[in-house]
Ligand binder design. Structure first.
Ligand SMILES: Nc1ncnc2c1ncn2[C@@H]1O[C@H](COP(=O)(O)OP(=O)(O)OP(=O)(O)O)[C@@H](O)[C@H]1O
Length: 214
């Protein structure tokens, strides 16, 4: 179980509290929808749960262990709304993906092509032609899918998907969520799907939590 308890957070010492004693749980093999208005603090909660931001108080446990106690790739991977901010602009897409795999660099570079060819290209989610390009040489929606693949390459126990399909057309959105559902069923990863799109969350989530503003 991914468990956030009594989480309080503000971006600056005098700023407003974005999280105040917030709690959230995501079980393995479960998709939880996190819904709330724009600017309410959903992405902030995801960033705290992923360990990207430290809460002023509260704890994040991953299967009963403190998140901070994990070494190597984090068991909680987050796919951000603005994927361009999360990638080294000098790396090719192949290098970005290879870096996430728990393999040596040379093997990882080969494995990336296999994963894309065997699976992601077949579903039309990632095109092998993108692998030699840099992040700014593919579209925002394409980058979003690359970023999802990168997060899954790290073999997370929990995936925090922050508005990951907002920039995609309806068909690609459906294919992408089928892909996530496959990961949930086959690897029992737990997913927190963050969105203000209630209709989408009702389709993809097992249960929906409304973000509570402090
Ligand atoms: N890096 C930052 N520094 C200061 N304030 C921030 C930062 N990031 C977000 N905020 C503020 O924190 C609040 C919550 O933002 P957050 O991005 O968590 O909302 P959200 O619910 O995810 O919104 P959206 O649905 O529009 O993405 C907002 O008022 C936002 O302006």
């Amino acid at each position: 179980m991914l468990t956030g308890t009594d989480l309080s957070f503000r971006w600056s010492r005098r700023g407003p509290w974005i999280l105040h004693e917030h709690a959230i749980e995501v079980a393995p093999g479960e998709v939880v929808g996190l819904r709330g208005p724009s600017g309410s603090g959903k992405s902030t909660l995801a960033a705290v749960l992923a360990g990207l931001q430290r809460p002023a108080s509260g704890t994040v446990l991953v299967d009963d262990e403190p998140l901070a106690s994990f070494t190597g790739a984090s068991p909680v991977q987050v796919v951000l709304q603005h994927p361009d901010r999360a990638m080294n602009p000098r790396w090719t897409i192949r290098e970005v993906l290879a870096e996430a795999l728990p393999l040596r660099r040379r093997e990882a570079l080969v494995r990336v092509d296999e994963i894309v060819a065997e699976d992601w290209a077949r579903h039309g989610l990632v095109n092998p032609d993108w692998l030699g390009r840099h992040p700014h040489e593919i579209s925002g929606g394409e980058l979003q899918r690359v970023n999802l693949l990168r997060a899954l390459c790290a073999e997370p126990r929990y995936l925090l998907a922050d508005e990951i399909s907002a920039s995609l057309d309806a068909i690609t959105q459906t294919v992408l969520w089928h892909r996530i559902e496959h990961e949930v069923k086959s690897r029992r990863i737990g997913v927190l799907a963050v969105s203000h799109d209630s209709a989408l969350l009702e389709q993809v989530a097992d249960r929906i939590v409304d973000f509570r503003t402090p």
